[in-house]
Design a protein around this ligand. Structure first.
Ligand code: HEM
Length: 515
């Protein structure tokens, strides 16, 4: 705590001086000591009288990815050892398998939404051997993520990331600890700070121009564009350029093809339900082969980053320091200075794994949903185009500094993220609801937390928002769009498929027309 408080006072996010820290410690010792020991004594008494309660967990995941359909979207499942003997209501579990059968199928998120309608916004599910509490209301999410964040901020580690020892290095899986704090601080101050992102925005601008050139070719031939695929490739390219100035999404680059395949494979295998997570006794058997496949994929990805970093080191040794303003550059300067937080080559490789896995399809899936909504709601698209035309001017390229003034574009992105179940008129896509509103996606308004909230909130948010607005703004400012095959906008299919992020079940294909 002392470290954290000193950090806060240095960062000046809230002011704290030495005297206040001393007073706070006094309060903590007086208030926290015998309350805890008494609670522990009561808890031990409960556990001894109710031995079956040992092994009860609360899990916290925030599954709030893009605006889905109109029934489901935001669920938090909270985590930590629980000591209370009173569990929230939930469906009656079967012996051994618990409630797993109720979630079997392609849309477990929908089954959960249905169950929550019956059992309430705080619900107990028994997933095999794991007892899990599902939270599905903004108020409860606020209580958990704001007031009790310290109890719920560590994630349960799935077997798929034990593969390759990913959990020992990786930001999402490390417990809140000195190592995790160091990585978060590096992300916040050195990778995703606004002045750093401003300095390397040219790396992204070039890649968006390439996307537009590709789409221009399609428009000349009257070909449809698979928006999700184009967004995935461009997000990968934006990330790889921001991270180490390399074009990994170039179809002619073998490294690029390999990385793209690895990211796809890890996300696909990692999203498969793994019985070993629900029945720990099956861990050793790995009969679905998930652990084995993930070990191979993580190993290949780390080898790939290791060779990119080694090349970079060799070049900087041979030709002197290279300043690309990319993340690799920044991280090596930090590691040399050692004053701002230490990070070595292994940690850099692992951090890159996190950034590629956490930052790619989250961004591209959001872009695809946003485009689907715009094609489905042509009046919103027209209004967005008019705003961009006024701010940027016909024929000019969208740049990141235009985003701040493009309030309607920002409202479209918020509306894409919106949790339909807790807003008025959930069935209409109305960015207007965010115009003139203070609500943002930065973890303060619990009715809109696509990036999570509390300590674990997404550190990549500043980059994600830039990439999203830049890509979306560019696509709609440069082209008109019509749905492929002569279909009407109202024919667009809005179902999602389950995965680590919710992708559109049917890819959105649309024909660009140069404006
Ligand atoms: C639209 C895009 C994105 C969305 C919706 C999103 C959403 C999220 C969410 C919900 C979490 C989990 C928060 C929690 O555990 O409570 C998260 C964590 C994380 N995100 Fe993002 N994210 C996006 C883009 C990015 C990008 C571009 C990066 C980096 C390049 C990134 C890096 C991370 C990392 C490293 C974590 C783990 C943080 C930790 O556990 O300490 N994300 N993100």
């Amino acid at each position: 705590m002392l470290n954290t408080l000193l950090d806060i006072s240095e960062e000046s996010t809230g002011e704290f001086d030495k005297t206040q820290i001393e007073r706070l410690f006094l309060d903590l010792f007086i208030a926290g000591n015998d309350t805890t020991s008494a609670a522990l004594e009561w808890t031990m008494a409960e556990l001894i009288h109710n031995p079956e309660r040992d092994g009860l967990f609360l899990e916290l995941y925030t599954m709030s990815l893009p605006h889905l359909d109109h029934n489901s979207s935001f669920y938090s499942i909270a985590r930590s050892k629980v000591t209370s003997t009173k569990l929230p209501p939930g469906p009656k579990p079967f012996p051994i398998i618990g409630n797993l059968l109720e979630l079997v199928g392609h849309k477990p998120q929908k089954s959960m939404a249905k169950l929550a309608n019956t059992h309430g916004p705080l619900m107990t599910l028994k997933l095999g051997q794991k007892t899990t509490i599902v939270i599905s209301s903004a108020d409860l999410a606020k209580e958990v993520l704001q007031q009790h964040d310290q109890f719920f901020c560590n994630h349960t580690i799935p077997e798929s990331v034990v593969a390759g020892n990913e959990h020992e290095f990786s930001l999402p899986w490390l417990p809140v600890s000195a190592q995790w704090r160091n990585l978060r601080r590096i992300c916040k101050s050195h990778l995703f700070a606004n002045q750093i992102l401003d300095a390397n925005q040219n790396l992204r601008r070039k890649k968006v121009q390439e996307l537009l050139a590709d789409i221009h070719n399609s428009s000349l031939n009257g070909d449809a564009v698979d928006i999700g695929k184009a967004a995935f490739k461009t997000s990968l390219n934006l990330l790889s350029n921001t991270i180490f100035s390399v074009d990994l999404a170039d179809p002619n680059s073998a490294t690029g093809r390999e990385l793209s395949k690895l990211v796809h494979s890890i996300l696909e295998v990692g999203s498969r339900p793994n019985l070993a997570d629900y029945f720990p006794v099956l861990k050793k058997v790995d009969f679905q082969g998930i652990w084995r496949q993930m070990t191979i994929y993580f190993g290949k990805m780390i080898d790939l980053f290791s060779s990119i970093i080694s090349q970079w080191l060799l070049q900087s040794k041979t030709f002197g320091s290279i300043r690309n303003n990319d993340m690799l550059d920044t991280l090596f300067h930090i590691s040399e200075e050692k004053s701002t937080g230490e990070i070595d080559k292994t940690q850099i490789e692992r951090l890159f794994v996190d950034l590629f896995l956490a930052g790619n399809d989250t961004t591209s899936a959001t872009l695809e949903w946003a485009m689907a909504e715009l094609l489905y709601n042509p009046e919103v698209l027209t209004k967005a185009k008019a705003e961009l035309k006024q701010i940027i001017g016909k024929g000019n390229a969208v740049v990141e500094s235009d985003i701040d003034c493009s309030l309607y574009l920002q409202a479209i992105v918020k509306e894409t993220f919106r949790d339909a179940s807790i807003w008025e008129n959930p069935n209409s896509f109305k960015p207007e609801r965010f115009m003139g509103s203070e609500i943002d996606v930065k973890g303060r308004n619990f009715e809109l937390i696509p990036f999570g909230a509390g300590r674990r909130m997404c550190p990549g948010l500043p980059l994600a928002l830039r990439m999203l607005h830049l890509m979306l703004g560019s696509l709609i400012h440069t082209f008109d769009w019509k749905v492929e095959g002569g279909f009407k906008p109202k024919d667009i299919y809005f179902e999602e498929k389950f995965g680590l992020t919710f992708q559109k079940a049917e890819p959105l294909r649309a024909i660009p027309i140069m404006v």
